[in-house]
Every structure is written in structure tokens, then in C-alpha cells.
Design a protein around this ligand. Sequence first.
Ligand SMILES: [Zn+2]
Length: 122
Amino acid sequence: MDKKKIETFRKQLEQRQADLRKIVARTEQDGREADVGTAQDIADRAANSYTKEFLFHQSNNERQLLQSVEIALSRISEGVFGECINCGNDINPKRLEAVPWTRYCIACQEKLEQGQLEEANS
Ligand SMILES: [Zn+2]
């Protein structure tokens, strides 16, 4: 992939990383605030723990995405960005434009989703 293109992806990813960091920090803050203010009755308490549960799952998703974005950025600095981590083929540029943090080409992604492929750790 040419350097200009990679630079565009890097900017996108850095922007996304900054946004996600803000969201993750804010969700953690909200989670703490949900603890403050003693709930009076069972309904309040249930609502409160539901909110916390919801915030927790939401921040988990954001955190996972943030991790993927950070891995993508380190793959750019390693010079392997845009290569499928499994088969080494180039990932379709259209796919990268839609999901710049993806590490798999479409064929391997399908295998992964069908359970035919073990998720790589790095
Ligand atoms: Zn592949």
C-alpha cells in the first residue's frame, strides 16, 4: 500500500482512538456516578443496577474497539498494515476504508465467524 494511503488511515485511526478514549473515560465516570445517590426502594435499585450493567457492557465494546484501533496503529508502525494477519494477503482497500482496524481479509474473516479459524492474539 502506498504511504499516502497509509497516512490517511493512520489519521483516521488516531482520530477514532481519541474519540474512543473520551467515550471510555466518560462511561467510567458515569458508572461511578450511578453509584452515588442512595437508591430508596427496590425499583430504584433495580434501575440503578440496570444502568450500571448497561454502561459496563457499553464500555466493554468501546474498550474492545479501542484495543483494535491501537493494534491497527501499531501495525502501521510495523509496516504490516493492510495485510491479513492469517494468510498474509492484502486486505481489500474498500474493506479497510469501512473498517480500518480489521486484521483479516474477507475470506479469513468468514472462516473466523464460522469458527474455522482461531483468532490470532497479536
Ligand atoms: Zn486472510
